[in-house]
Write a protein that binds this ligand. Sequence first.
Ligand SMILES: [Zn+2]
Length: 192
Amino acid sequence: MKSAGGLGRAGITLVVVYAALILAFTVIGMAVAPPDAQVGAARPANDIPVHLSELLAFGLLLGAMSAVIGGIRGLPLVILAPMLVVLLDLDHLPAYIGLAQPIRPAHSFVFIAVAVVCTAIVLRRLDLELALLSAFTGHLAVDEGLFAPFSPLSYGYVLLDQYRLPLIACSLAAALLSGYFLRRGNRGGPSR
Ligand SMILES: [Zn+2]
């Protein structure tokens, strides 16, 4: 029922829907956040390669865990998971082109709830919804500094760092479950 090709196509749809939602939350943040919350800044250029490689490495770990559990058909997740992890930082884009924006408008629990519901409606694949949840919580676990957990409903900023352990636990558990449901969804049970 679900081939590697099927996962690949569904993965591309997931990336497109996820990117569109990140940009939508970014625009909503710019429109509705109070001026004193529009203090999102671009990361210093020197820090970008280091942070990017941390995100990619953690995404690779998550994708590899899903693929180990999910079997050969889970291999696209090795590429998909790091892409999803990195993609979340699209919400810094306005700051890079010099526009005022809130801090990390899509790094929000409201955002991931909306993203999981939207991708569930579009894809109806529990394995990919879990991969998305894993990538999102994995990204937040790697990040440091301020975020607004309930943006765009509230732009009260708190430190991300205090959530690191639960975020890591959630991202690892969701990666394993993603692999499990991927395998279980395949016709005839575990693949050989
Ligand atoms: Zn980030």
